[in-house]
Design a protein around this ligand. Structure first.
Ligand code: SF4
Length: 115
């Protein structure tokens, strides 16, 4: 085929218009407050190597107490200084696990009581 029809050109224009909008939306999303994007972060899992090293569990009551003896009843991500989720967020970013979100009821050995 040596030349393209008008309809091919017009669908190509539509594609670029849509792609342009998607890029625009991504730029807007990256400008949103951190909390607004927290829900999009992948959840940290206990199989993550750093999570394993810090004995993270997304249910603080199920932390391996023998391996992580510093855990105390009542300690959980939502009252940790490193938790950056909102007060009502089930999951939120943690400064110790960049790019991941941790569960508000989780815990790891990096816990520091919120001031
Ligand atoms: S540092 Fe704090 S918020 Fe982050 S995973 Fe550990 S206990 Fe949770």
């Amino acid at each position: 085929m040596s030349h393209e029809s008008d309809s091919t050109n017009s669908s190509r224009r539509r594609f670029f218009a849509i792609a342009g909008s998607a890029i625009g939306a991504a730029a807007i999303a990256s400008a949103l407050p951190r909390e607004a994007r927290a829900a999009e972060l992948p959840h940290l899992t206990a199989s993550d190597p750093t999570a394993q090293a810090l004995h993270y569990n997304d249910d603080a009551t199920k932390v391996d107490k023998a391996a992580a003896p510093t855990w105390k009843a009542g300690e959980a991500c939502h009252n940790c200084n490193f938790f950056q989720g909102g007060a009502n967020d089930a999951w939120g970013p943690c400064q110790l696990f960049p790019g991941k979100s941790v569960h508000r009821d989780g815990w790891c050995a990096g816990y520091a009581k919120k001031a």
